[in-house]
Design a protein. Sequence first.
Length: 72
Amino acid sequence: MFRGLLQFFLDALTARNGADYSLTKMLGISAGITMTVRFWQLPTPDFQGFAIGIAAIMAALAAKYYVEGSNK
């Protein structure tokens, strides 16, 4: 079970070629985790700011992959 979970996380961090690690994905995941932790720690959470931040991270990743094109 642990091996399958580890493989899932490694697959989530690899680039499209499956061999290299993607720094963009690592930064996006770490930014999302940081925003989530800060959201829970604040005495008055900002729901709109949190949603805009997460949407901006996802949009940046989508734009990056759109510009790169497909690796077929």
